[in-house]
Design a protein around this ligand. Structure first.
Ligand SMILES: *Cc1c(COP(=O)(O)O)cnc(C)c1O
Length: 397
């Protein structure tokens, strides 16, 4: 059945692709080894440096975020190396499983899936690692299954204060270009990201940002790699080219998306997402429901994950919002399956789109017979209106 109007794609990735990006991609595919390509290639690579906030190397793969996870591990480590990972939720668990499949030894610091990392726990483990067996620590910046953010700068501090030489690897697939992130300043060795979330593109590109230390580690890494090998990229990239066929039209879109982010200003982008996260949480509280993230310092600007009351089906509720309002909400993942729905508010998104989304959630709660209190949408509206008033006050002052 054809549904009139725009579909509300409110899953936490893939996100809504702005028309400006779609139009930029609507181009003839050109010769990726011809002279016209180099400009696109260089602008995409330079542009991504500005988004990661790094002066170092950036690699762009035609691939999903999962590929960039693999690239980070196989380029820097050797079989049997110990990697320390932190169980923030579903995505951290998948990354750990990947490390095991690749022949690394992984160790999981247990988490409750309701908060970001606890740096005290990391510090204790690093201090006990007297022989520096741990070669890398891997953290998911924004855990998309829970809506909890981890303080990456604090993880860096923990590595520094303990004098531990492990590489720091960070998954920013659902945080980059939505939540403040600083590859160089925070001393991250490999940052992983993907195109289809904060970067407002369709799925299909993924990224590594690479520190000097990680590049040095790649010279002695003993893992097998070919497609993901960084060393094949550097030469062609310097001239704006790629060793194999890049996703040319995605790169047109990427250059446009980066221009849009800088037009708005990254800090304004982050503030917008924080404001939408805050308004969404106000709605959840007013409905009398509970967010998965239980630690206010770790609340996410990208998404809000919400528990449905015991005895009710989150997937049934999501089916109702899809059928009745043409809106897709994110599902609960692995151990949160059917207990949680996730409201994505990342990427190309504004106040009225958030209000449409929250109105759909509130009507869906009513239709599904889930016990809730009315007034969530109103609470979000008040929150957003308050922010707008504060901003116009600032502008007038
Ligand atoms: C979406 C996501 C992934 C997986 O990315 P794919 O592009 O689906 O491979 C990994 N980590 C996080 C935090 C994500 O949000």
């Amino acid at each position: 059945m054809t549904a009139p109007g725009r579909h509300f794609l409110q899953i936490p990735g893939p996100t809504n692709v702005p028309d400006r990006v779609l139009r930029a991609m609507d181009m003839p595919t050109i010769d990726h080894r011809g002279p016209a390509f180099a400009d696109v290639g260089k602008r995409a690579l330079d542009g991504m440096r500005s988004i990661f906030k790094t002066d170092g190397a950036v690699v762009i793969y035609p691939g999903s975020g999962t590929g960039a996870w693999e690239a980070a591990l196989v380029n820097t480590l050797s079989p049997g190396d110990l990697v320390l990972m932190y169980e923030t939720g579903h995505f951290a668990s998948l990354w750990k499983k990947m490390a095991d499949r690749l022949g690394l030894r992984s160790e999981f610091l247990a988490g409750d899936w309701r908060s970001g990392v606890d740096t005290d726990v990391i510090e204790e483990r690093l201090r006990s690692d007297k022989n520096h067996e741990i070669k890398a620590i891997c953290v998911v910046h924004n855990e998309t299954s829970t809506g909890c953010v981890s303080a990456i700068a604090d993880v860096r501090k923990t590595l520094d204060t303990t004098g531990h030489p492990a590489l720091l690897m960070v998954d920013t697939i659902s945080s980059l270009a939505s939540i403040d992130y600083r590859h160089d300043e925070w001393g991250v060795d490999v940052t992983i990201s993907g195109s289809q979330k904060g970067l407002m593109l369709p799925p299909g590109l993924s990224f590594n940002a690479i520190s000097e230390k990680a590049l040095a580690a790649s010279k002695t890494s003993g893992m097998q790699k070919s497609y993901w090998a960084w060393d094949e990229m550097a030469g062609p990239n310097a001239a704006g080219y790629f060793p194999y066929t890049p996703a040319t039209n995605m790169l047109y879109g990427l250059v446009e998306a980066i221009a849009m982010l800088h037009d708005e200003g990254l800090d304004n982008v982050f503030a917008r997402h924080a404001r939408h996260g805050e308004a969404a949480r106000k709605a959840v509280a007013a409905w009398g429901l509970e967010t998965v993230c239980s630690k206010p310092s770790d609340y996410s600007g990208s998404l809000t994950a919400v528990f449905v009351p015991e005895g009710h089906s989150a997937d049934g509720f999501r089916k109702t919002t899809l059928d009745a309002f043409n809106m897709s909400l994110g599902n609960g993942l692995s151990k949160l399956a059917d207990r949680v729905f996730r409201i994505g508010h990342l990427g190309d998104f504004n106040d009225l789109m958030l209000m449409g989304t929250l109105s759909g959630v509130e009507m869906g709660l009513e239709l599904s017979g889930i016990p809730y209190r009315r007034g969530g949408a109103q609470a979000a509206l008040d929150s957003l209106a308050g922010c707008q008033q504060a901003r116009s006050g600032e502008a007038a002052a």
